[in-house]
Design a protein around this ligand. Structure first.
Ligand code: ZN
Length: 190
């Protein structure tokens, strides 16, 4: 929920809180409780990021595969085209990854940005890793880098919801679009 909407439905200072206006946009994502509610962290036997590469790319929403790492669409996206770059190995921390994995995660991130810019016409990105449950990682046990495309108009809550509603259909379409552009994205001048 965007801050502006919260302000419209809640009286400042309700529940004894101190109301401090700021420009932080808050997006509530209750579906993520499926990941975090019981605080279960998978080992390599029940980890979705370990399992995904053993399935067909289309079925598992894998966009591209490298030697040590791969790129997959997030099943619970913050925004259209939300990708995750994961090592194949079940390691949790960035400093557990090998130099080869670090290099390829970086390279795949660059290619994913170019492919998303070309196919989705996004204006910017949020890129980063949450390390540990306490830092917001849903599946903290398996390292993954988020690549979240951003559009100028998406800072409002409702366009995000508008996109999210159609996700079950669009996830496959977005995967196909990005995967098709992956190997040779046109020069976008960036
Ligand atoms: Zn894993």
């Amino acid at each position: 929920m965007a801050t502006s909407e919260a302000a419209a439905t809640e009286t400042p200072g309700e529940r004894g809180t101190v109301w401090v206006e700021n420009d932080v946009q808050r997006l509530w994502v209750p579906h993520r409780m499926a990941y975090v509610a019981d605080h279960h962290q998978p080992d390599h036997t029940d980890c979705p990021f370990c399992a995904a590469p053993s399935h067909d790319d289309k079925e598992s929403l894998i966009v591209a595969r490298g030697k040590t790492s791969y790129v997959i669409l997030n099943l619970f996206p913050y925004n259209s085209g939300h990708m995750l770059v994961c090592p194949y190995r079940h390691v949790a921390q960035y400093d557990d990854a090998t130099p080869e994995e670090i290099a390829e995660i970086g390279l795949l991130t660059q290619i994913a940005m170019r492919a998303a810019r070309t196919t989705l016409k996004c204006d910017g990105f949020n890129i980063g890793m949450n390390q540990g449950e306490v830092a917001g990682a849903g599946i903290a046990a398996h390292l993954h880098q988020h690549i979240v495309p951003r559009w100028t108009s998406d800072s409002n809550f409702f366009p995000i919801i508008g996109r999210t509603k159609a996700m079950p259909q669009l996830l496959g379409e977005v995967r196909d679009l990005i995967a098709a552009t992956w190997a040779d994205p046109p020069d976008t001048g960036n």
